[in-house]
Write a protein that binds this ligand. Structure first.
Ligand SMILES: [Zn+2]
Length: 385
């Protein structure tokens, strides 16, 4: 029988724990296996939110997570009254948003079982938001289960994490990601393997990569950048190209969605309606929405830059492999000739330094440094021998 846990690739070590918790949640007696607050941590793309959503489905499904019934499906698509998935579009989750959430989940679950809140980016809670959430988590005897997701435990406030059970996800193997893309997404084996390899176990990115021609050609362009760093002027130009590519990638995926959202909102207010009050209400709501969309666009550009920098790091990693004579585990075999040429003309230890420079730039960006300046400084560093 299929189950919602089938697609949690490479996470066998936590599936038994989750299944045990689901079984315990059905039993009348109190059990240590079930608890009200959980933290799922794992590297980006390991599928922490997929794991949390699967757990939410299993908790409310009459068959403990069949994946096929109404409960399971509506939980996954956001249509279930007792399951709430909080996805952050902005850079932080503010205290007002948490207060609003807490009033929404204050009622008993409508179906009599559990009410489940999945918070995808618990690391983005502001301190006051985290404190507001803490009070709700501490409240005894409620039927609400909190599933928080974050990259590492350090990203979660100590007071919160001390009240949660912790589950650490692993980066799935390239082979496991390949199999999921083939089985679940109907992607051809060759493309699936290539996408899994260049995405380094990041399932979401692998799928996006396999199904978007423009993402693939952007990556190819990023892979050419190290070859063009002959002068300082070229370094500045490379930074600009990288930012442009990332902006283009981010806006391609958001423009369509932005328009649809505005349209939907206007429809909700009655598009073309002439009542004065209605028009004011609609335009105010549209302005609010556009503000949110702008925040999301900023974050998407940052994510795209981060993705491009990771790609760039794999270039230098492959250069080191070639220099070490270990070509077999090369990630970017599609640009193998370029990498081999580069390897033969670059000093042996410079690639390690360049990879550290890239990782440092990513850290700066994660702390909200200005993207263009950060990338310019990085490219100047990469242009050095
Ligand atoms: Zn079900």
């Amino acid at each position: 029988m299929s189950s919602v846990f089938d697609d949690l690739v490479g996470q066998e070590h936590i599936i038994d724990i989750l299944k045990g918790a689901v079984a315990a949640s059905r039993a009348d007696s109190e059990s240590q296996k079930m608890t009200h607050a959980w933290v799922f941590t794992g590297p980006p793309g390991s599928g922490r939110s997929s794991a949390a959503v699967a757990f939410a489905q299993a908790l409310i499904c009459p068959k403990q997570g069949c994946g096929a019934c109404n409960e399971c499906q509506s939980a996954a698509t956001g249509g279930h009254p007792d399951v709430e998935v909080i996805r952050t579009e902005g850079l932080s989750i503010k205290v007002e948003e948490i207060r609003e959430l807490l009033t929404r989940v204050a009622w008993a679950p409508s179906m009599g079982g559990w009410r489940v809140v999945v918070m995808e980016d618990a690391d983005r809670l502001t301190e006051s938001a985290a404190n507001a959430l803490l009070k709700a988590i501490e409240e005894p005897g409620t039927r609400t289960v909190w599933l928080l997701c974050a990259p590492t435990l350090h990203n979660v406030l100590p007071t919160i994490r001390s009240r949660c059970r912790h589950l650490q996800l692993r980066t799935p193997s390239i082979e496991a990601v390949t199999q999921v893309l083939i089985r679940r997404d109907n992607i051809s084996p060759t493309m699936a393997e290539f996408a899994a390899r260049v995405s380094q176990g990041h399932i979401g990115r692998a799928k996006y990569f396999a199904s978007n021609e423009s993402v693939r050609s952007n990556r190819k362009a990023v892979m050419q950048l190290p070859l063009k760093l002959g002068s300082l002027a070229a370094a500045f130009q490379a930074a600009e190209i990288l930012i442009d590519l990332a902006t283009e990638e981010a806006s391609a995926s958001s423009e369509n969605r932005d328009e649809k959202e505005v349209e939907k909102l206007q429809e909700a207010y009655g598009k073309g309606a002439t009542g004065r009050g209605m028009a004011t209400g609609a335009s105010k709501a549209v302005k609010e929405l556009e503000k949110e969309q702008k925040a999301r666009a900023t974050r998407m550009v940052r994510d795209a830059i981060d993705g491009a920098l990771l790609d760039l790091a794999t270039f230098y990693r492959d250069v080191m492999l070639v220099q070490a004579g270990a070509v077999k585990s090369m990630i970017n075999s599609d640009v193998r000739t370029e990498i081999e040429n580069y390897a033969s003309s670059s000093p042996v230890h410079s690639s390690a330094r360049k990879i550290s420079a890239i990782m440092e730039a990513r850290n700066h960006l994660a702390m909200n440094a200005a993207p263009l300046v950060t990338c310019e400084a990085l490219m100047c560093e990469l242009a050095r021998e």
